[in-house]
Design a protein around this ligand. Structure first.
Ligand SMILES: Cc1ncc(COP(=O)(O)O)c(C=O)c1O
Length: 445
């Protein structure tokens, strides 16, 4: 409701407070009509209400569609054993803890999960957070002081960028996945200053794997600590799905490893794993850990179960990679630009944002659930349909997805589009597919 008079003098609001004349803080909300315009065109792709989940398919708006827009890489989110473990923990401890871990909300089951995660990641200690977003924020806001530096890959996830922005350290961006750029940046910083390199192990939009060995070598030369966000790498690469640092055999050089439960582990929440004294420090300093209620018992119970299944059922990673390689190969063969992905995240380049919305809507109409990613998730003019694959997608489901993409790309004349061609020239492409991983005990894929 507008409460400023046309002549500009103070007015009494209907609720009794005196307001100053000027721009109404909420004017921009009224003016913000992009979602309405997309809705009017029938192409609004966000907040689709899902009525039922059934493995790799969901029922949404009354339709059964194949899900290629989630991060449920191993298909564990609706595994009956995981669901039962969550229910059992709820029965035992209740729905919530109604307090922070710091005070009254610390359950034995939280500590059991921390021990299991520390041992899984081969680190001294681990610390749970309510979300992966908070795990990044907790580490990045508590460890730095004025005069410190965070070196941040330009394509890092928003949660890392937000954590960097909230920290007192100065942020130094370096070119995506470039040890050369990292070296140039580090050379200019004072030798004695505190420094940490922060990077995604697997990048959430491009599907690239961070070049950890080379980046870590550079960081070590300059005495910089190293932080790896393994959100999209857990359950996907490295022996037993331990992530990118283990995949390259450099986990000892990762001073802090962050992971989420919201992807392969099929739940929500996040964690940090590292040296005991560093974890103890963060546990006592991170405001987003201290000033928030502890994760619900169902999360701890469910994740303990999915963590165990993930390590026991190696076929899941094997299937995930079979599906991944098939989709890389077939999308490329059909002429799609899928960038430099090496993982189950397969971005399909469209270029123009509105066209990406039309594409996603047509996919949905044809039984495929995938969402567009537009600026700021990707660069302007480089809109994609972000797809990601699961161990539990069947060959028939993947046939359907590929067939729908090819037909719609032809209908929308994607490849002839100027925006597509411009973006395709700007974004590097990999033409081969990555080798099949050996999930067992090996360190590398
Ligand atoms: C790389 C990366 N880090 C952190 C997060 C945040 O994790 P969560 O969803 O558990 O808050 C995400 C989620 O999309 C992510 O992709």
């Amino acid at each position: 409701m507008k409460i400023v008079s046309i002549s500009g003098e103070d007015v009494i609001s209907p609720l009794g407070g005196v307001r100053k004349p000027g721009v109404d803080l909420f004017d921009k909300c009224e003016a913000y009509d992009e979602p309405d315009r997309a809705q009017a065109l029938g192409i609004y792709p966000f907040f689709r209400p899902i009525e039922e989940m059934d493995g790799a398919e969901v029922i949404c708006e009354g339709k059964r569609v194949i899900m290629v827009g989630a991060n449920n890489y191993l298909g564990l989110a609706n595994d009956p054993r995981v669901v039962e473990a969550g229910i059992a923990a709820t029965r035992k401890y209740g729905l919530g803890c109604t307090g922070s871990r710091f005070l009254s909300g610390n359950l034995i089951i939280h500590e059991q999960l921390e021990e299991a995660l520390a041992s899984y990641m081969r680190k001294d200690a681990a610390l749970l957070f309510s979300t992966g977003y908070f795990a990044n924020q907790g580490a990045l806001t508590s460890l730095f002081e004025d005069g410190d530096y965070i070196l941040c890959d330009k394509e890092n996830h928003a949660s890392l960028i937000d954590g960097c922005r909230m920290s007192p350290a100065k942020i130094i961006p370096f070119a995506h996945n470039s040890p050369e750029s990292l070296r140039r940046r580090l050379t200019r910083l004072p030798r004695e200053a505190g420094k940490m390199v922060v990077i995604d192990g697997v990048f959430s939009m491009s599907g690239d794997i961070a070049r950890l060995p080379e980046l870590m070598t550079v960081a070590a030369e300059f005495g910089a600590k190293f932080y790896v966000d393994e959100a999209h790498a857990l359950g996907v690469i490295g022996a037993d799905g331990r992530g990118a640092a283990h995949h390259f055999g450099v986990a000892n050089d990762a001073d802090l490893i962050m992971g989420t439960f919201s992807k392969s582990l099929g739940c929500m929440g996040g964690f940090l794993a590292g040296d005991e004294d560093v974890i103890k420090f963060i546990r006592h300093k991170a405001r987003c850990f201290i000033f928030t209620a502890s994760p619900p018992p169902a999360v701890a119970g469910g994740v303990l179960c999915s963590l165990r299944i993930m390590q026991e059922e190696q076929w899941r990673m094997v299937k995930l990679w079979e599906n991944t390689h098939r989709m890389h190969r077939e999308f490329r063969a059909a002429g799609f630009h899928i960038g430099t992905t090496e993982t189950p995240i397969v971005p399909i380049l469209v270029g123009d944002e509105q066209k990406a919305f039309f594409f996603a809507q047509k996919l949905f109409d044809n039984g495929v659930f995938a969402t567009p990613a537009i600026y700021p998730a990707v660069r302007r003019g480089q809109a994609i349909i972000r797809t990601s694959y699961m161990a539990t997608h069947t060959p028939g489901q993947l046939d359907h997805v590929l067939e729908a993409f090819e037909r719609i790309a032809r209908e929308l004349r994607i490849f002839e589009d100027d925006a597509y061609q411009r973006a395709a020239r700007e974004i590097p492409q990999r033409h081969h597919h990555t080798p099949v991983p050996k999930p067992g005990r090996s360190a590398a894929i």
